[in-house]
Design a protein around this ligand. Structure first.
Ligand SMILES: Nc1nc2c(ncn2[C@@H]2O[C@H](COP(=O)(O)OP(=O)(O)O)[C@@H](O)[C@H]2O)c(=O)[nH]1
Ligand SMILES: [Mg+2]
Length: 498
């Protein structure tokens, strides 16, 4: 299969395999904070106790001390084994924007909805940031359109003609004047974006294109990224809720949004915006499009994000974030540790230090992304990247005992793109003359992912595959239940505990 890089007109190599290189550098490395019994620490404890009990250096005393040490080690090992049996570790993997954090929220909704409920008000600042980012992106695109057309002369009075006709973005004087006016009214709102994003990220730029954390040995992660608990994107929810500056920024944005909601609506409905989306393929984040359509509700004074809003929010995950939840299943209560990871290439080296004792991997591949390229590498088609990533997981020895679940996600978007007439063969030449409809496309992608797994999984594990829309609560909860059952059955079979 060949993939054409539409933006660069370049033909990229076939997929699935050859897959010449693994994309993850797999350095088996223990994460800090693990407490396996260390004989050194036990010895020092026991020695001091023997001293205090007055035991002498005789052979009998030495044997007694040694027995105490052995007992200590056994007790600790038994305690840790029992704990491991009651602990299930699940990693959510996939490229950036594949839906990992959305799935994590769905887990939270299903198994610990009270925690999501408590976080609800804290998501407000992120909704505002997503909305303002979309408004800014639209205005920047229109600026670019108008400045490209500015070499030509248009009369500046009302009703100037559209020089480009129906197939062009209107750049007539009337359109330009309208947009200039809208922009003027929206400037106070746009100027808040910086403060909102720096509150949400505590200094790391999440909303702009450039969250970049170096991979490799010097991998730098924000201080909160390895702590346990409930996180809002990458900054802990508790921090946001307790931060008075975050409160101030949220309230200020709410106030400005209240007075500019009608202007945002007018911009969103403007003929130039429809034209840049259709003709220039302006790509707004899914979250931005959703919130632009809901701006009146979001701008209400008493606005609290709904569950749907929380699922739509886009907040880039940085590092590896552990979320613990109690799961009552198959006759027992288990602690599920769900690891949500940053999916950009620069963040992938951080994953492998969590691989060694993971029970299951849920791999998300957004199959609607056949016409998109990686933000961090505009030459790589996103489906190609997902396939390579899956292969690197299938061949990773540290993961040999992990159960694999593959979610081919964003099928709602795949359906929409195909209905809008986007042709898969323009991006993936080997799609050839197959019908450009949903069922053929879904089966085509499914078979390629299955083939990539079949050809490369040296451990011959079964791969469970589902077509998903992470925003669909009911459908996702069914997937969570069935994947959860599978994972638990294997865990119980391995540990012999129910
Ligand atoms: N339309 C649609 N959007 C989705 C789906 N899954 C996730 N999203 C959206 O895609 C964006 C990125 O999702 P996120 O979970 O943050 O991706 P991550 O980078 O893999 O964690 C968010 O705005 C989600 O609301 C889906 O199945 N369909
Ligand atoms: Mg994420």
């Amino acid at each position: 299969m060949y993939i054409i890089c539409a933006r660069h007109g370049q033909i990229l190599p076939d997929f699935p395999p050859p897959f010449p290189t693994l994309m993850l550098s797999l350095i088996p490395q223990r994460r800090p904070g693990r407490t396996r019994p260390s004989s050194a620490s036990v010895v020092s404890r026991s020695t001091s106790s023997s001293d205090s009990s007055g035991l002498s250096d005789s052979p009998a005393a030495a044997r007694r001390a040694s027995d105490l040490i052995d007992e200590d080690i056994k007790r600790e090992a038994a305690r840790q084994q029992a704990q491991r049996k009651k602990e299930v570790k699940v990693m959510l993997l996939g490229q950036a924007e594949s839906g990992k954090s959305t799935l994590r929220k769905q887990f939270q909704l299903y198994h610990a909805s009270h925690t999501l409920e408590a976080e609800r008000p804290s998501w407000r600042i992120v909704v505002y940031a997503n909305l303002i980012k979309a408004v800014r992106a639209i205005l920047e695109e229109l600026d670019y359109e108008f400045s490209s057309a500015s070499d030509e002369y248009y009369p500046l009075e009302e009703g100037g003609v559209d020089p480009g006709g129906p197939g062009a973005v209107p750049t007539d004087a009337a359109a330009q004047n309208e947009v200039i006016e809208l922009r003027r009214k929206l400037l106070p709102l746009i100027s808040l974006e910086g403060s909102l994003t720096s509150e949400v990220s505590a200094g790391v730029d999440f909303v702009g294109p450039g969250v970049r954390i170096d991979g490799g040995p010097g991998l730098k992660l924000p201080p909160w990224s390895k702590k346990t608990g409930s996180r809002l994107g990458s900054r802990p929810v508790e921090e946001l809720r307790q931060s008075s500056t975050a409160q101030v920024a949220t309230n200020r944005a709410a106030q400005v949004l209240g007075s500019t909601a009608h202007v945002i609506e007018a911009l969103w409905r403007h003929r130039c915006v429809e034209a840049v989306i259709r003709l220039r393929k302006l790509r707004l984040d899914e979250s931005g499009v959703f919130f632009l359509g809901q701006v009146r509700r979001i701008a209400e004074t008493e606005y609290i994000p709904s569950t749907e809003d929380i699922l739509h929010v886009r907040l880039q995950t940085v590092g590896v974030i552990e979320h613990s939840m109690m799961v009552n299943t198959l006759g027992g209560i288990y602690t599920w540790k769900i690891y949500d990871v940053g999916g950009a290439r620069s963040q992938r080296p951080a994953w492998c230090s969590y691989f060694d004792d993971v029970n299951a991997l849920i791999f998300l591949a957004p199959i609607s992304a056949f016409d998109q390229f990686l933000e961090e590498d505009p030459l790589t088609n996103r489906i190609h990247d997902s396939l390579q990533l899956l292969v690197s997981i299938c061949t990773n020895k540290l993961l040999k005992d992990a159960q694999l679940v593959l979610l081919l996600n964003k099928i709602d978007m795949l359906r929409k793109k195909l209905e809008a007439g986007v042709q898969i063969r323009q991006y993936i030449t080997s799609y050839a003359s197959r019908p450009n409809n949903f069922s053929t496309a879904a089966e085509y992608f499914r078979s390629h992912f299955l083939a990539a797994h079949r050809k490369t999984d040296v451990f011959q594990r079964r791969l469970y595959v589902h077509l998903t829309t992470m925003l669909d609560i009911q459908a996702t909860q069914i997937i969570i239940t069935s994947a959860g059952d599978l994972i638990m059955r294997k865990h119980i079979a391995q540990t012999g505990l129910a």
